[in-house]
Design a protein around this ligand. Structure first.
Ligand code: HEC
Length: 117
C-alpha cells in the first residue's frame, strides 16, 4: 500500500512539474525574433503561415532559404548569422511545432502576448 502511495505521489509530482515546464522553446523564440521578425512577424505568427512539410522543405533543401531571400541583404545577413547557423535545427523544430496545422495556440506570457507584428 505504501509503495503504491509513493508511486502515485511521484507520478503527480512529475505531471505537475511537466506542466510547469516551458511550453515552447523560448531560446528559439528569441533568436527568430531577432533574425526574422522584422519581416515575418512574431515567431508564432511566422510559424503559422506554412505547414510542417513546408518548413522542412525550406530548411532542409540546401541553398533554398538563401535563394528565396535573394536581393534582401538583411535577410541574407540573418541567414549568415552565427546564431542561425548554430541553432538552425532548433529553430526548425520550433517552427514545425507551431506550424499551420499543429493546433498550438499561445496565450499571453512574458515573451509574447497576441499576434502583433
Ligand atoms: C529583410 C526581410 C526578411 C528577413 C529578415 C527574413 N525574411 Fe524570410 N522572406 C522575406 C520575404 C520578402 C519573403 C518572400 C515572401 C513571398 O514571396 O511570399 C520571405 C520568404 C521566406 C520563406 C518562404 C515561405 C514564406 O513564408 O513565404 C521562408 C521559409 C523564410 N522567408 C524564412 C525566413 C527565416 C527563417 C528568417 C530568419 C532567419 C527570415 N526568413 C528572415 C523577407 C525576409
Amino acid at each position: 500500500m505504501r509503495k503504491r502511495y509513493l508511486f502515485l505521489c511521484t507520478a503527480l509530482f512529475i505531471a505537475t512539474f511537466a506542466q510547469a515546464a516551458e511550453k515552447y522553446d523560448t531560446k528559439a523564440f528569441r533568436i527568430i525574433t531577432k533574425l526574422c521578425t522584422p519581416c515575418h512577424g512574431t515567431p508564432f505568427y511566422m510559424a503559422k503561415q506554412i505547414d510542417d512539410d513546408d518548413w522542412h522543405y525550406f530548411f532542409d533543401t540546401p541553398g533554398k532559404l538563401e535563394h528565396i531571400h535573394k536581393g534582401k541583404p538583411k535577410a541574407l545577413a540573418s541567414l549568415k548569422n552565427g546564431l542561425f547557423k548554430q541553432k538552425k535545427k532548433r529553430l526548425l523544430k520550433f517552427l514545425v511545432n507551431n506550424s499551420k496545422f499543429s493546433g498550438s495556440v499561445h496565450g499571453c506570457d512574458a515573451n509574447f502576448c497576441g499576434t502583433h507584428h
